[in-house]
Write a protein that binds this ligand. Structure first.
Ligand SMILES: [Zn+2]
Ligand SMILES: [Zn+2]
Length: 279
């Protein structure tokens, strides 16, 4: 069943497996980074991920954490690392302790209080940077970053010998650059675009868009801390990356229906080629 295996997505050699529907579950695993955004209810395609970037406390996004911890113990993996907003750490530690008490088994795991703007190493050259979103509960989105160390501009064009000499004399010849490869907004209102505009530069951005037509109004979407596509439509040109992937669709819509709505509402073929509906 696709739900247990995860639905595939691929762009520019970056592969993703996951699910993302409002209220039922969101977990987006990026094997190259060995990290998943959110946990859904703990699905088999992400058990091998060493890292999880948890956006917020709603159960369809984070309810799977205890189950994933158990699966890792069962298969003798190293304890997983779960980045999450700080307010979640105490309650989730209590939940894990309660499970440990009930099962008579002490589980190992690492919960990290993620701060917006900080860069966390997954395993170099792969890094994670949380950013602010805005939902009914405090929510972080995350960017997955790939580090590179190109030469500083003043050394470009110099010979290997000159560069070697500069290095030996203690000069810093290279610089550290972080390329935003994949990001996920978490559940959010459209305000994340103004709170965290740098995220719109990410190569592949997974953005929650829960509602798509007048079955639910913009006001309804906002009241629940979500995005309506009609709010995104006039702002599409602000996205500077390569693929904008809409996820977290309400179960009121089939994916086929949403793809049809997208083609009806976006007339520019060049813009349309950057957009995907997935989940
Ligand atoms: Zn959600
Ligand atoms: Zn939510």
């Amino acid at each position: 069943m696709d739900y247990f295996k995860g639905l595939p997505f691929e762009h520019a050699g970056i592969k993703v497996k996951g699910v993302s529907r409002a209220g039922s579950g969101t977990c987006i695993y990026v094997p190259e980074f060995k990290c998943a955004f959110d946990s859904a209810q703990g699905l088999p395609f992400c058990y091998g991920s060493p890292h999880f970037a948890i956006t917020h406390s709603h159960m369809d996004h984070s309810g799977g954490i205890p189950f994933i911890i158990m699966q890792k113990a069962l298969t003798q993996q190293k304890p997983g690392t779960f980045f999450m907003p700080e307010y979640m750490i105490d309650p989730l530690t209590k939940i894990m302790q309660t499970w440990s008490d009930v099962e008579g088994h002490q589980y190992e795991y690492q919960f990290v209080a993620a701060q917006a703007g900080q860069i966390y190493e997954l395993k170099a050259p792969y890094f994670l940077r949380p950013f602010l979103s805005e939902h009914r509960v405090p929510t972080l989105g995350y960017q997955m970053l790939k580090q590179s160390k190109p030469l500083k501009p003043e050394f470009i064009g110099q010979s290997q010998q000159q560069i070697q000499k500069a290095r030996q004399s203690g000069q810093q010849v290279d610089q550290t650059v972080y390329h935003p490869v994949v990001a996920y907004t978490g559940d959010t209102k459209i305000e994340f675009m103004d709170l965290s505009p740098h995220v719109l530069q990410t190569k592949i951005l997974f953005m929650e868009v829960t509602y798509w037509d007048d079955r639910r109004s913009i006001d309804d979407a906002r009241a629940w801390g979500h995005i309506h596509f009609d709010e995104v439509l006039p702002r599409l040109s602000e996205f500077k990356g390569e693929k904008l992937v809409f996820c977290h669709t309400s179960s009121r819509y089939s994916i086929k229906e949403v793809k049809h709505i997208l083609r009806q509402k976006v007339k520019d073929p060049e813009l349309l080629s950057k957009l995907e509906v997935w989940g």
